[in-house]
Design a protein around this ligand. Structure first.
Ligand code: NAD
Ligand code: TYD
Length: 345
């Protein structure tokens, strides 16, 4: 490491996407080291950091809504903050929004204040397509960077509020900020409350797979490393103040996602269990990624087939990871959300 080594402060780096980003950053850049600042909520998992080079990765346990903790952890010459830390699950936000407001809104403002106070050069906000609400079905409509905000869940509303704060910090104080808005990620190490890892882990145990409503909702799926490559490009080359939509042009109905999964695993369709719909369930997300493709030259590397295959294989080969995440508080969450017990491990 030289005196030119860039210090990158990653928040939420013990979670699904943050940990994948840190792996990619350390693999693909030689001049960066990382401070990984994470509160280790139920979704944060130190197992996700296994194998990272200790000389280039420092873990700090802390909450982004705690200004003192953030200031203490920030190095003297932090080059950039990349903000992944969030409460991220729509169903939990419907059950109780309080932590979503504290982490996703207050936490983001605390980080922006720190950027300003400490002269951090760049701030990347990892946002979501959900800030733009729901698209009509069967229409040639896509989210662009100009689509109006129309968040429909407390989660989406808190992420929209965070984006407004980032925009205001750029406009008022001239902070160098970039926002990325991505669709539904899938891949290794995703907490099994989210649809795909929940479906995979249930199928592997011959346990029923809960599908909300009629299963006709559409999501635009992207392999996690492709999302992380987009964030890395935004960090390195993004235009100050820009927003980039990130998507792999990969829309699928939920019921077809489960169908592909069951086919690949050789499991019967009788495992599908239609359950009561999510209140306010967004019908369709679909992203137009033209801006990031043209401006930053981003392209996804995985197809749906290769990404799904890799993902399923990872969960098959990492049963210990899955068993640990499905123990403890997860069992209470599952019982409350689905009215049944999670299968014994
Ligand atoms: P995740 O729930 O797997 O991980 C979140 C991480 O943030 C965990 O490690 C958790 O411990 C940490 N965290 C939570 N509150 C914190 C706080 N107050 N202070 C510090 N750390 C805290 O989430 P994810 O799926 O990896 O998502 C990461 C980011 O990407 C989020 O901002 C999310 O809104 C955004 N995003 C996710 C998706 C997706 O499909 N998962 C899509 C688009 C955008
Ligand atoms: P999810 O992974 O929660 O992501 P998001 O709500 O942010 O898109 O859900 C993806 C889709 O799968 C969404 O349409 C809701 C649906 N879903 C189910 O049908 N059953 C489930 O048990 C879960 C968690 C989600």
């Amino acid at each position: 490491m030289t005196k030119n080594t860039r210090e990158i402060f990653v928040t939420g780096g013990a979670g699904f996407i943050g940990s994948a980003f840190i792996r990619l950053l350390l693999d693909e850049t030689a001049d960066c080291k990382v401070t990984n600042f994470d509160a280790l909520t139920y979704a944060g998992n130190l197992d996700n950091l296994e194998g990272l080079d200790a000389a280039r990765h420092r873990f700090v346990h802390g909450n982004i809504a705690d200004a003192e903790a953030v200031h203490t952890a920030l190095g003297e010459n932090t080059h950039a903050i990349v903000n992944f830390a969030a409460e991220s699950h729509v169903d939990r936000s419907i059950a109780n929004a309080a932590e979503f407001l504290r982490t996703n809104i207050t936490g983001t403002q605390v980080l922006l204040d720190a950027v300003r106070a400490r002269g951090v050069k760049r701030f990347i906000q990892v946002s979501t397509d959900e800030v733009m609400g729901s698209l009509p079905e069967n229409e040639d409509a896509f989210f662009t960077e100009e689509s109006p905000f129309a968040p429909n869940s407390p989660y989406a509303a808190s992420k929209a509020a965070a984006e407004h704060l980032v925009r205001a910090a750029h406009h008022t104080f001239g902070l160098d900020t970039v926002v990325t808005r991505c669709g539904n990620n899938y891949g290794p190490r995703q907490f099994p409350e989210k649809f795909l890892p929940l479906a995979i882990s249930n199928a592997l145990k011959d346990e029923s797979i809960p599908v909300y409503g009629d299963g006709g909702n559409v999501r635009d799926w992207i392999y996690v490393d492709d999302h992380c490559r987009a964030i890395l490009l935004a960090l390195e080359k993004g235009r100050p103040g820009a927003v980039y939509n990130v998507g792999a042009r990969n829309e699928h109905h939920n019921i077809d996602v489960v169908g592909s999964l069951l086919n690949t695993l050789g499991k019967p369709r009788s495992l599908i269990r239609f359950v009561k719909d999510r209140p306010g369930h967004d019908r369709r997300y679909a992203i137009d990624p033209l801006l990031i493709e043209c401006e930053l030259g981003w392209r996804p590397r995985e197809t749906w087939e290769t990404g799904l295959q890799k993902t399923i294989q990872w969960y098959q080969q990492n049963s210990r990871w899955l068993e640990r995440t499905r123990s403890g508080a997860y069992k209470d969450y599952y019982r409350k959300q689905y009215g049944t017990e999670v299968a014994a491990t």
